[in-house]
Design a protein around this ligand. Structure first.
Ligand SMILES: [Zn+2]
Length: 158
């Protein structure tokens, strides 16, 4: 005797008892297998993939991950490697920007507009801007690139 979790085309879930796996297939084929709730004969074995999918989704969720958090530790090794690479890239980007861009703090939108309007010599600037300010800049035709946050790597601090 085998018991299968079954599901009909209307998503009803129920158990079916069979002599063996072949019995399930032949009952399916002959239309004998029907849903006890709606009598639909489109009944199939419930896919266990849904469970697997839910698990892997939580691992690859884009939620912010701190290096020492549980989420990071739960990552498969590939994920951890990719995360380390991403962290390296991010810190390279930040290093480049630290060296080549003038920090204007929260005056970013003002300064960017001044440069755009020719009131100030062109230079690379970095700083913080609100969403509204960024929208304003975009409308003025000023190109500004949002920057991902600086990675925190507690392990590699010297
Ligand atoms: Zn049904």
């Amino acid at each position: 005797m085998v018991i299968y979790d079954l599901q009909c085309s209307n998503q009803h879930q129920f158990e079916g008892w069979f002599k063996n796996a072949d019995d399930l297939v032949s009952q399916q084929a002959s239309g004998l297998l029907t849903c006890p709730f709606c009598n639909s004969s489109e009944v199939s074995k419930k896919l266990t993939a849904a469970k697997v999918g839910r698990k892997s989704n939580s691992v690859s969720s884009p939620a912010p991950v701190e290096p020492n958090s549980q989420a990071a530790q739960a990552m498969p090794s590939d994920g951890a490697k990719a995360y380390a690479q991403l962290q390296k890239m991010l810190s390279d980007v930040h290093q480049h920007i630290d060296r080549n861009f003038v920090d204007v703090g929260n005056k970013f939108a003002d300064e960017a507009l001044k440069i755009h309007n020719g009131e100030k010599d062109p230079e690379n600037i970095r700083g913080t801007a609100s969403k509204a300010e960024l929208k304003e800049l975009a409308e003025e035709g000023v190109s500004a690139l949002p920057l991902p946050p600086k990675p925190v790597n507690k392990d590699k601090l010297n």
